[in-house]
Write a protein that binds this ligand. Sequence first.
Ligand code: CO
Length: 214
Amino acid sequence: MSIERLIANNRVWSKAKTEADPDFFARLALQQAPEYLWIGCSDSRVPANEIVGLDPGELFVHRNVGNLASPQDANYLAVLQYSVQVLKVRHVLVVGHYDCGGVLAALRRPGHGVVDHWITPIRELAIHHRAELEALEPERRRNRLAELNVARQVQHVAANPLVLQAWARGQGLRVHGLCYATENGELRDLGGSVGSPQEVKERFGSDVGAIDAS
Ligand code: CO
């Protein structure tokens, strides 16, 4: 696959878009107003817009190995702040996927790559859920860990000060957990979305991590 082929593909695509809707790119050039922030895995089989049938301008996207929303990741924080405070997205979608290499690696003995450092939170999560995971067949084990990881990242997003401040301002914002099946292309809503500190408390049993020290 050469770069020339990609450029040729792009010309075909932009021409088809313009023919179907002559003002499409002119409108996007003026403003983007996506309703959704997608936090997903870098895996090439999980292309965000394509899976959910959304056009350019409709989805703000952050991807990394294992779809982590790590509270100390400046890249994620910048994306979250811009999408919540400036774009005012209505939904944050944490999207994991089955058959995830990052999740599988977190179940194995760590290697020496940078990715082994990056997926440490998934490894810790696996250890936390060791009893449940060890009772499962290997394939189900890694897929269950992918789901647990999504729930954990939903919890991270919902406990983020940027999100808590948005809720305190009365901004409508829901955080959802989904998982994509690479084997058949189906996206599954894992349920339990949260849209307020009260819902976070009901779902995760904590006051978004706050311990009163007064
Ligand atoms: Co993955």
